[in-house]
Design a protein around this ligand. Structure first.
Ligand code: CMP
Length: 142
């Protein structure tokens, strides 16, 4: 079925001027952009987004990184969006990511891995609401 996923082009993607390259890669793979903005998270907002990781040793570093500069969240739509997008971006650690994936092409490290992708339909909806009001989603993609 056609569904949606939430992605974030992380601050390292913006800093390295790869926003256009990564969006082109995503669009060539057939994803439609339903919503998009550029914003800078506070450490507290990043902390809320990554709440599930708050007991992890890298949580502080993750929140500092995600609030270190502007990022570009987007809601994307495609057939089987969540799973296909995870495949397109590749493994969390770019060193383990498959050839041709976005992380393999553009990311430097596990901590600074250029892009986020939701891991389930349920989280895609929760994460989308974290960044976008319903009124910011285009009603008709045609
Ligand atoms: P992502 O899967 O988008 O969301 C959780 C993030 O935590 C993950 O990307 C990584 O960027 C980050 N992360 C996971 N493991 C580590 C780690 N060992 N050190 C630093 N950051 C990590």
């Amino acid at each position: 079925a056609t569904n949606r996923t939430l992605t974030i082009l992380k601050p390292d993607c913006v800093r390295k001027n790869h926003v256009g390259d990564v969006i082109a890669h995503i669009q060539k793979a057939g994803f439609k952009i339903v919503a998009m903005k550029m914003t800078r998270l506070t450490a507290a907002t990043a902390g809320g987004f990554y709440e599930v990781h708050k007991e992890r040793p890298f949580y502080g570093e993750l929140c500092a990184f995600m609030s270190s500069g502007p990022c570009v969240p987007m809601i994307l739509e495609k057939e089987n969006a969540v799973a296909d997008f995870r495949k397109l971006i590749g493994a969390t650690d770019p060193a383990e990511a498959a050839e041709g994936t976005i992380r393999k092409l553009y990311a430097d490290s596990k901590g600074e891995n250029i892009i986020h992708g939701s891991d389930s339909d349920e989280n895609a909806a929760i994460e989308s609401a974290y960044f976008f009001a319903k009124s910011e989603e285009v009603a008709n993609l045609a």
